[in-house]
Write a protein that binds this ligand. Structure first.
Ligand SMILES: Cc1cc2nc3c(=O)[nH]c(=O)nc-3n(C[C@H](O)[C@H](O)[C@H](O)COP(=O)(O)O)c2cc1C
Length: 221
């Protein structure tokens, strides 16, 4: 698969089959992804890969918390600014319309939206998940390093015929994740990444992007 194909075919997939992901494949992907760039080669990411019984246990605990109406864990970082300004506010709204509209859920049906969102904590049925932690003492550029690393993982997964969904949603249940993974105290959970083979019946299509001239300025030439 060439790089364009990997980039174009990567989507946040929100429906997976239960076909297991071979550990060898995950090892191959994560060994290659270790070549992602990072400032001064800090390689600040700490990945935990969860499959089998411990992943099932995490999903069960998260499901029980959802069913009990448990509040989210104390946030360890702000996921978005409190007042999201234009054009991000409009892009976020358009994304919500597309995501829930494709499931036939109207804007005003908050409960149905929440039900659909709760699939996050079942990893959308995925049989494998990666949890990316960062040292809480590090700075913004190291968070960006983690983003590059995760994108590298996602593209390599495409080369293996696998799909993924990055999930900040897991940060809302970081304490449950920590109960299973027992990470050192100095680490905080940035993002989960569900991994598996796509359930094509759940395909809701591609999410559009802003036109190039909204996000790129060419100067000179
Ligand atoms: C850091 C990060 C966190 C995300 N968190 C979630 C999440 O918690 N749940 C979810 O369904 N999608 C999540 N997404 C997926 C985005 O919604 C998705 O990437 C975006 O809408 C663009 O769609 P595409 O990836 O399918 O092209 C996240 C993406 C990123 C990069």
């Amino acid at each position: 698969m060439d790089v364009y194909e990997a980039v174009e075919s990567r989507r946040a997939v929100r429906g997976f089959t239960d076909r297991p992901v071979p550990e060898q494949t995950l090892r191959r992907v994560l060994s290659a992804a270790a070549h992602a760039p990072s400032g001064s080669n800090l390689q600040p990411w700490h990945s935990y890969v969860l499959t089998g019984a411990p992943l099932a246990e995490l999903k069960k605990r998260a499901g029980e918390r959802l069913a009990a109406g448990d509040p989210w864990d104390e946030p360890e970082y702000e996921q978005y600014p409190a007042a999201l300004k234009s054009p991000y506010r409009e892009r976020r709204a358009a994304f919500g319309e597309q995501r829930y509209g494709s499931l036939g859920i109207p804007r005003e049906d908050v409960e149905a939206r929440q039900r659909a969102a709760s699939a996050n904590w079942d990893c959308f049925g995925a049989p494998a998940a990666l949890f990316c932690y960062l040292d809480r003492d590090l700075c913004r550029p190291q968070w960006s390093d983690a983003g590059m690393y995760l994108q590298t993982v996602m593209l390599l997964l495409r080369a293996e015929g696998l799909h993924s969904c990055p999930q900040m949603a897991w940060a809302k249940f970081h304490e449950s994740v920590a109960e299973i993974l027992v990470p050192p105290k100095e680490l905080l959970l940035f993002c989960g990444l569900s991994i598996g083979f796509e359930d094509t019946a759940a395909d809701t299509g591609r999410t559009p992007r802003a036109p190039l001239d909204e996000t790129v300025t060419f100067v000179g030439g």
